[in-house]
Design a protein around this ligand. Structure first.
Ligand code: S3P
Length: 180
């Protein structure tokens, strides 16, 4: 499984679909699986059960998805918040799509379906998470300027062993990883 992480609005789902299409493998999105299991949208789970319950479900879903078949998996932006969820990612190729706070807000700022955006401290959250994403990542790719198809192409190049990202501190210095 190749995992995509990053803040809300980084383009994880769009890039993930493009990448999976080009690799000819299935695409999975942890938020969609959470919604299927809960039978409710993410915003309703937050409103009715609270964030900790959402994070518990998110952890279980990600553990199951990583245990399952191959493909490309996009995680919700807050999946790196919990250490036990981050630890599920060790040994897995993880691509961090880095988006600036300003660009993220431009893309998804008014989205009612993303409860974390309603918080008054979104900028702080963005700043706090950046090093968490970077630490969990095998490779980091700037997602501000490039189009999703171009980013998917960069990831394919990286998987094939060429340049494509800035490397990362995920343990192998950004060296190519097996797409499995
Ligand atoms: C969240 C991001 C969302 C979703 C939930 C919480 C977060 O996913 O998991 O609303 O804490 O950043 P996206 O990053 O796909 O928007």
């Amino acid at each position: 499984m190749i995992v995509l992480i990053g803040f809300m609005g980084a383009g994880k789902t769009t890039v993930g679909r493009a990448l999976a299409g080009r690799l000819g493998v299935p695409f999975r999105d942890s938020d969609l699986v959470i919604e299927e299991r809960a039978g409710r949208p993410v915003s309703q789970i937050f409103a009715e059960d609270g964030e900790p319950a959402f994070r518990d479900l998110e952890h279980k879903v990600i553990a199951d998805l990583l245990d399952g078949s191959d493909g490309v998996l996009a995680l919700g932006g807050g999946a790196v918040q919990r250490a036990d969820t981050r630890s599920l990612l060790s040994g897995v190729p993880v691509v961090y799509l880095r988006v600036s706070h300003a660009e993220a807000m431009r893309r998804v700022g008014g989205d009612q379906g993303r409860p974390m955006l309603a918080r008054p401290d979104v900028a702080r959250l963005h700043a706090e998470r950046d090093p968490q994403y970077a630490a969990a990542a095998t490779v980091t790719i700037d997602a501000d300027a490039s189009k999703p198809e171009a980013i998917a192409g960069d990831i394919l190049t990286w998987l094939a062993g060429g340049e494509g990202g800035e490397g990362g501190d995920g343990g192998d210095g950004g060296q190519p990883a097996e797409p499995a």
